[in-house]
Design a protein around this ligand. Structure first.
Ligand SMILES: Cc1cc2nc3c(=O)[nH]c(=O)nc-3n(C[C@H](O)[C@H](O)[C@H](O)COP(=O)(O)OP(=O)(O)OC[C@H]3O[C@@H](n4cnc5c(N)ncnc54)[C@H](O)[C@@H]3O)c2cc1C
Length: 385
C-alpha cells in the first residue's frame, strides 16, 4: 500500500532497509546464537545519522519525529528484533530528556545521542515493580547538591552498554505515586554498577542487565523536571515510545511473512509448490492482511502523535497491542507454513517467533495496554453522559 511518504521519509526507509539487508541479515543468526551485542551495526546506524532522526535540529538531529523513527524501527525489525530493540530502547531512554529536560540538560546530552556517540537506557522496572510501576523501591535522597541513589533496577535493555541512563527513583515515599522523581545518571558515576546479563528466549542480540545503585551520588542538576514528577515522566515517555513497539511488531511480521512466502513458493509436496494449496494461501492471505492493518494503525497513530496531540495514551496502547498481537500470530503462522523447516535454526522464522514474544511483554504487557484502553473508554463514556 502507498502511505504517501515524503521524499525524506522514503530516504530514511530505504537507508534503514539497506542497512538491515546488508549489515543485519548476514549476521543476525550469529548474534542470536552467541548472544552478542551488535556494536558494528550500531556504529553503522550512527554513521548514517539514524540516531538523530527524532532529535531536534537545534541539538544536531534531523528534527523529525515518531513517524520517521517508526519507519526506521520497522525496517530494522524486519531483519532482527534484537538489533531493533537496542536501537529503539535508545529512543525510549532519550524521551525523558527530550520531553522533560531543561535547556541545559538537552544541550549536554542530546548532541552526542544524535550522533550515536552515547547510547541511552530507560530504567523503571524492579523485582517488585513490573506492571505495578508504583512499587519502585529505589530511593534518591537529597544530600546538599546531590541525590544519593540506592536500589536495583531489573531487566534494563542496553544495561551496561549504554552511556546514559534515565532512572526513576523514590524521593518521598510518603507521597505515594507523587513521590517518585526521574534522574539522568551517567554510566561512570561512582556507586553505579551492573549485575548479571540475562539469558533470554529471544532478542538475544539485545543486552538486558541489572543496574545497581549503592550510595550513587547524582548531581542535583540531573533531576528531570521537578521532584515528584517521576511517574509522569515515565508514563509520558511510554505513551510516546509504545508506537515504536508497534512498529517493531509490523517489521517482524513482515519479515516472517517474506520468509514464509518465499519458502512456500519453493517447497514441493504432492508434486506442487505448497503455495498452490488453498490452506497455505489462506494462511498467507491472513498474515499479509493483518500485517497491513497493523502497519496502517501504527502509521496513523505515529502521525497523530507527531501532530502534537496531547492525550495519546489510548491510541499508543492500541497501536502497541494490535501490532504486537499481529506479530505473534504472523510469526507463529510463518513457522507453521514452513512445517519442520520453520522449526529449524537454518531459517529465520523460528528466531522471529521467539523474538516476537517480547513485544507482548515489554513497555507494559498487552494486558496492561488493554487496561489503559479500558480506562480511557470509561473516561470517555463519563464525558458523553
Ligand atoms: C527482555 C526485556 C527487556 C526489558 N527492558 C526494560 C527496560 O529497558 N526498562 C525497563 O524499565 N523495563 C524493562 N523491561 C521490563 C518490562 O517492561 C516488564 O517485564 C513488564 O512491564 C512486565 O512486568 P513483569 O515482567 O514484572 O510482569 P508482572 O507485572 O509480574 O505481570 C505478570 C503477568 O500478570 C499480568 N498482570 C499484572 N498486573 C495486571 C493487571 N493489573 N491486570 C491484568 N493483568 C495483569 C501481566 O500482564 C503478566 O501477564 C524489560 C523486560 C524484558 C523481559
Amino acid at each position: 500500500m502507498d502511505y504517501f511518504l515524503t521524499e525524506e521519509q522514503t530516504m530514511i526507509r530505504d537507508l534503514a532497509r539497506q542497512i538491515a539487508e546488508e549489515k543485519v541479515v548476514p549476521v543476525r543468526a550469529e548474534l542470536d546464537e552467541k548472544e552478542e551485542f551488535p556494536h558494528e551495526i550500531m556504529a553503522v546506524l550512527a554513521q548514517s545519522d539514524m540516531f538523530g532522526i527524532f532529535i531536534p535540529e537545534k541539538y544536531g538531529g534531523l528534527g523529525l519525529a515518531s513517524f520517521e523513527l517508526s519507519i526506521a524501527v520497522e525496517e530494522l525489525s524486519r531483519a532482527c528484533l534484537g538489533v531493533s530493540t537496542t536501537y529503539a530502547a535508545n529512543a525510549l531512554g532519550t524521551y525523558p530528556i527530550l520531553l522533560f529536560g531543561s535547556d541545559e540538560q538537552k544541550e549536554r546530552y542530546l548532541p552526542t545521542i544524535a550522533q550515536g556517540k552515547s547510547l541511552v537506557a530507560f530504567a523503571l522496572t524492579e523485582a517488585n515493580a513490573g506492571s505495578d510501576a508504583a512499587g519502585v523501591q529505589t530511593t534518591a535522597t537529597k544530600d546538599g547538591d546531590y541525590y544519593v541513589l540506592n536500589g536495583t533496577k531489573q531487566w534494563i535493555t542496553n544495561g551496561g552498554e549504554a552511556d546514559v541512563y534515565t532512572v526513576i527513583a523514590i524521593t518521598d515515599r510518603s507521597r505515594g505515586a507523587r513521590g517518585a522523581s526521574a534522574f539522568i545518571v551517567d554510566k561512570k558515576t561512582p556507586g553505579f554498577t551492573f549485575g548479571k546479563k540475562e539469558k533470554k528466549m529471544g532478542i538475544r542480540a539485545s543486552v538486558t542487565r541489572e543496574l545497581i545503585f549503592q550510595d550513587c551520588r547524582v548531581p542535583k542538576e540531573n533531576l528531570l523536571g521537578r521532584e515528584g514528577m517521576g511517574f509522569i515522566v515515565a508514563m509520558k515517555t511510554l505513551d510516546q515510545s509504545r508506537v515504536g513497539v508497534g512498529a517493531q511488531g509490523v517489521g517482524v511480521a513482515q519479515g516472517a511473512f517474506d520468509v514464509a512466502v518465499n519458502f512456500a513458493r519453493q517447497r514441493i509436496q504432492f508434486g506442487k509448490p505448497i503455495i498452490s494449496f488453498q490452506a497455505i494461501q489462506h494462511m498467507l492471505a491472513d498474515m499479509t492482511t493483518r500485517t497491513e492493518a497493523a502497519r496502517a494503525l501504527v502509521y496513523a497513530v505515529a502521525r497523530y502523535i507527531d501532530s502534537g496531540a496531547k492525550d495519546i495514551s489510548k491510541i499508543s496502547a492500541m497501536a502497541k497491542v494490535f501490532a504486537t498481537d499481529v506479530a505473534m500470530s504472523v510469526t507463529t503462522d510463518a513457522v507453521q507454513v514452513m512445517g519442520g523447516s520453520g522449526y529449524m535454526r537454518e531459517y529465520a522464522a523460528e528466531k522471529m517467533m521467539r523474538d516476537a514474544k517480547i513485544l507482548q511483554i515489554y513497555e507494559g504487557t498487552n494486558q496492561i495496554q488493554r487496561n489503559v484502553i479500558g480506562q480511557a473508554l470509561i473516561k470517555e463514556a463519563a464525558k458523553t453522559r
